[in-house]
Write a protein that binds this ligand. Structure first.
Ligand SMILES: Nc1nc2c(ncn2[C@@H]2O[C@H](COP(=O)(O)OP(=O)(O)OP(=O)(O)O)[C@@H](O)[C@H]2O)c(=O)[nH]1
Ligand SMILES: [Mg+2]
Ligand SMILES: [Zn+2]
Length: 346
């Protein structure tokens, strides 16, 4: 071990050999004697990072703001002073547009799989799930739909069928998030070195899943909260993003329920999401077909034959138009984002 004073060498209780900190961290410690850590939570003026042995408060060099970091970022830290030296390049970055001209919000970095969590109740909404899918696709992550609260409905089949249709080859899993059985169902994506992020509306069971995937070593579970009986909406119990180790060597990121999710700069994400429409459009007579009134439109023909839902086409149109409008706005005149979107547009 090259850790010097400053870092506490306390083994995380309950993780021990299963969450092998040496494997996750130490191979990179040798770089100029720096310690490799992973950002666990971000506060206004400080970062908390996972060291493999617990968490540490990490200082920032003069002039560097915490807003430059995302939960899940790998960073190199001077082990003597616990001041951050640099951030390692990100493999993936989940980010979203917020209202108006505000900078994009960084949701999580270095995520392999996005668990898009929804419940078998009024929360289930194909249009909203498609927004999450576009975001996950665009970031280069693998989306998985996690249907929770299967214990509260007599038949899960209608939810499963609708979810499966949202994207080609999409994995959809069914869980009761309050039981340990959920860990087995989610295990294929939670192995050593893998990072999953939990996203979805408030009250769907993200923190409940976190608690079952990453039982707290200190006994302090992530708070969860009841939902409103009238409309199944949650109460925004979780208010900040956080990263936690999973037994077995993976990582899980919990996020607060999002109230709105606008799309922007996700044209390739939309192409993956609506691949069947993209494919059909190749068969239209006119290259600039809008799939509304043109003769020889393969998309309208598919609707006529019943192989494509009209609502799906409407949702594609709405998201594509929103993406185009937002991307134009956020890119400004000097960037070439709009032409990229136009090229990818059907
Ligand atoms: N019966 C049942 N209840 C569940 C399940 N998953 C979650 N719950 C309950 O649903 C409520 C909301 O769960 P949370 O885990 O707080 O939801 P969340 O997605 O983290 O919500 P926010 O933090 O507000 O975004 C809690 O009362 C949970 O116990 C499930 O699979 N079955
Ligand atoms: Mg929560
Ligand atoms: Zn057409």
């Amino acid at each position: 071990m090259k850790y010097r004073k400053g870092l506490r060498l306390v083994m995380r209780r309950g993780y021990g050999a299963a969450h092998d900190p040496l494997k996750a961290f130490c191979s990179d410690i040798t770089e100029a004697g720096l310690a490799k850590m992973r950002i666990a939570t971000i506060h206004r003026s400080r970062l908390i990072a996972e060291t493999g042995f617990g968490t540490e408060r990490v200082g920032l060099p003069e002039g560097v703001a915490t807003t430059a970091f995302a939960v899940g970022d790998w960073v190199l830290v001077d082990p003597a002073t616990l001041v951050l030296v640099r951030r390692l390049e990100r493999n993936t970055l989940l980010e979203r547009r917020t209202e108006g001209d505000r900078p994009r919000q960084l949701i999580a970095a270095n995520v392999d799989t996005v668990f898009i969590v929804t419940s078998c109740n009024d929360d289930f909404n194909p249009a909203r799930l498609e927004r999450y899918l576009a975001l996950a696709n665009e970031a280069g992550t693998v989306p998985v739909i996690v249907l929770t609260k299967i214990d509260t409905v007599p038949d899960t089949a209608p939810y499963l069928q609708q979810a499966k249709k949202l994207q080609l080859d999409l994995d959809v899993v069914l869980v009761n998030a309050t039981t340990a059985e959920a860990v087995k169902v989610l295990a294929p994506w939670c192995g050593e070195g893998r990072t999953v992020a939990l996203v979805g509306s408030s009250g769907v069971g993200k923190s409940t899943l976190l608690n079952i995937l990453s039982p707290s070593s200190s006994g302090e579970a992530q708070p969860t909260g009841p939902i409103r009986a009238s409309d199944d909406k949650g109460r925004h119990t979780t208010t900040s993003r956080s990263l936690h180790p999973v037994v077995g060597g993976g990582w899980v990121i919990d996020t607060p329920g999002m109230r709105t999710l606008q799309v922007s700069d996700v044209s390739s994400g939309l192409d993956v999401l609506f691949a069947e429409i993209v494919e059909l459009a190749h068969g239209c007579r006119f290259r600039d077909c809008t799939h509304s009134v043109e003769p020889g439109c393969a998309v309208q023909a598919a609707i006529g034959e019943g192989t494509l839902d009209r609502e799906r086409l409407d949702r594609w149109r709405k998201l594509s138009n929103e993406n185009l409008a937002n991307t134009r706005q956020s890119s400004g005149p000097r960037k070439d984002k709009t032409s990229k979107v136009r090229r990818n547009r059907l």
